[in-house]
Design a protein around this ligand. Structure first.
Ligand SMILES: *Cc1c(COP(=O)(O)O)cnc(C)c1O
Length: 461
């Protein structure tokens, strides 16, 4: 379907003239022209030229329910008519925020029963950063301020969230990280595991947390934050030894564990939350993205009863956003969660389609360019390499080959992202087996074309 819009070239020129894109080299994009997406249904995007593209990234990891669900649109419209906005600051509340908080408390595991609403994942991690420091101050330990996180983790783009994140390119701009944040190395065995077995390496990386706590002093550490499975860092699935050891260490030192579930929440890993898949018991969960399937922005910090009780006994937490618990966003989230549950989307993805995708995805490992193929539920990655046995990197700068592959995918109407020389997918949970076959066929074709191209250009080394 093409709506009656301006010709693509004119839209691209206007886009280049006035629209600043996130995480984009503006001048390069301006020369090339952005691809303009005009509509979407299920797992399929349509662009301004009428091309149909398989979206194997669910937008930005968020459209778990798939595109085109009118129920979410209707929920938003109904709520806007009834109560488009009211705040929750000054002793007032409203039905959508109340019902969503209750719903999230039911869904979230263990003692995670209390919800602070935010506008996005970044906002939610900023909330968490202030909240854990306030929590320790309330417990009479105000010197517990340091939050430990991981290099190549992603926690958002605001000052606080980007500081928590371990993206060195982001830290290099704008004076980050802010004080009292420390980083340890990531559990990326493929790139950094050397001669260790994955499990030895997983333990070694987890024990860096213990060393870091000892180095800083346990009485100064507030929390450790991590994604159950790193997303933006390249879908890095940790070795099995990793999370149990992390959990042991956080418990030993009594520091809070924040699971950033912005990607892994709401079915992405085959269970409702990545913490369940990885058998983690966090004290706080960060949610966003799939909470509304991306139809409208919303974030949430879900905290344990112990944290909740401590905060309630303390002076007021001087924090909040105008749109904390926005009624329209909450109404859309409720409808999204209702459909995910009643239609058994999370369950079906976990039990049927994700295992099917796993088998097909892992079959890509026989391709000459592909080293490891990792996948958990509906998030997967493949490492591109010129030598599988030695897990070698390409001679060209990191990301050169990944970018070529990503361009081939895009030309073949498949959205698959690259992070350096890893290719990653995170399709809508509603993707069917037929669509998975199409995804894999297009991925293989794109890998073949990449292989030919880099050999021809002398980059296969
Ligand atoms: C996307 C993401 C965020 C940031 O969420 P925004 O809504 O973009 O602010 C935080 N943490 C993780 C793990 C993410 O993937």
């Amino acid at each position: 379907m093409i709506d009656n819009h301006l010709p693509t070239g004119e839209l691209q020129a206007l886009d280049a003239a006035h629209h600043m894109h996130p995480f984009t080299e503006g001048a390069a994009l301006a020369k090339k022209g952005a691809r303009i997406i005009t509509s979407a249904k299920g797992v399929w995007l349509t662009d301004s030229e009428g091309e149909e593209i398989l979206d194997a990234m669910a937008g930005l990891w968020c459209v778990n329910i798939g595109y085109g669900r009118d129920e979410l649109v209707d929920a938003a419209a109904r709520q806007m008519k009834q109560l488009p906005f009211y705040n929750t600051f000054f002793q007032t509340s409203h039905v959508p925020a109340i019902m969503l908080a209750k719903r999230l408390a039911e869904l979230a595991p263990g003692a995670l029963n209390h919800v602070f609403f935010n506008g996005s994942g970044s906002d939610s991690n900023d909330t968490n950063l202030r909240l854990v420091r306030h929590y320790w101050a309330a417990k009479g330990q105000p010197e517990r301020k340091v939050v430990i996180s991981r290099w190549n983790g992603y926690h958002g783009s605001t000052m606080g969230a980007a500081s928590l994140g371990g993206m060195k390119g982001m830290h290099a701009q704008g004076g980050l990280p802010i004080p009292d944040i420390a980083h340890i190395d990531q559990p990326d065995w493929w790139s950094e595991g050397g001669d260790m077995t994955p499990d030895e390496f997983g333990l070694e990386r987890a024990r860096q947390l213990e060393s870091k706590i000892e180095e800083i002093g346990a009485d100064k550490v507030a929390a450790f934050i991590a994604e159950p499975v790193q997303g933006a860092g390249g879908v890095i699935v940790p070795p099995e030894s990793y999370w149990p050891e992390i959990q042991r260490i956080t418990q030993k030192y009594g520091i809070l564990l924040i699971a950033d579930e912005v990607i892994t929440g709401f079915g992405r890993t085959g269970n409702w939350f990545g913490s369940q898949t990885m058998s983690i018991t966090p004290d706080i969960m960060t949610c966003a993205k799939g909470i509304t399937s991306g139809y409208i922005p919303l974030g949430a910090s879900i905290v344990s009863t112990e944290i909740f009780d401590t905060l309630n006994a303390a002076e007021e937490f001087a924090h909040g956003y105008t749109y904390s618990g926005h009624p329209v966003a909450c109404a859309v989230a409720l409808e999204n969660l209702r459909i995910l549950e009643e239609e058994g989307i999370v369950e079906r993805a976990g039990k049927e389609t994700a295992p099917y995708l796993k088998e097909k995805w892992q079959s890509l490992a026989d391709h000459p360019l592909v080293g490891e193929a990792k996948i958990v539920g509906m998030m997967g990655s493949i490492a591109l390499t010129p030598n599988k046995a030695t897990r070698a990197k390409f001679a060209a700068p990191a990301g050169t080959v990944g970018y070529i592959c990503r361009e081939r995918c895009f030309a073949n109407n498949l959205v698959m992202r690259h992070v350096g020389d890893r290719m990653i997918i995170s399709p809508p949970l509603v993707i069917s087996k037929d669509e998975i076959d199409t995804l894999i066929a297009r991925a293989r074709l794109s890998l073949d074309e990449t292989y030919e191209k880099i050999k021809a250009e002398g980059l296969y080394a």
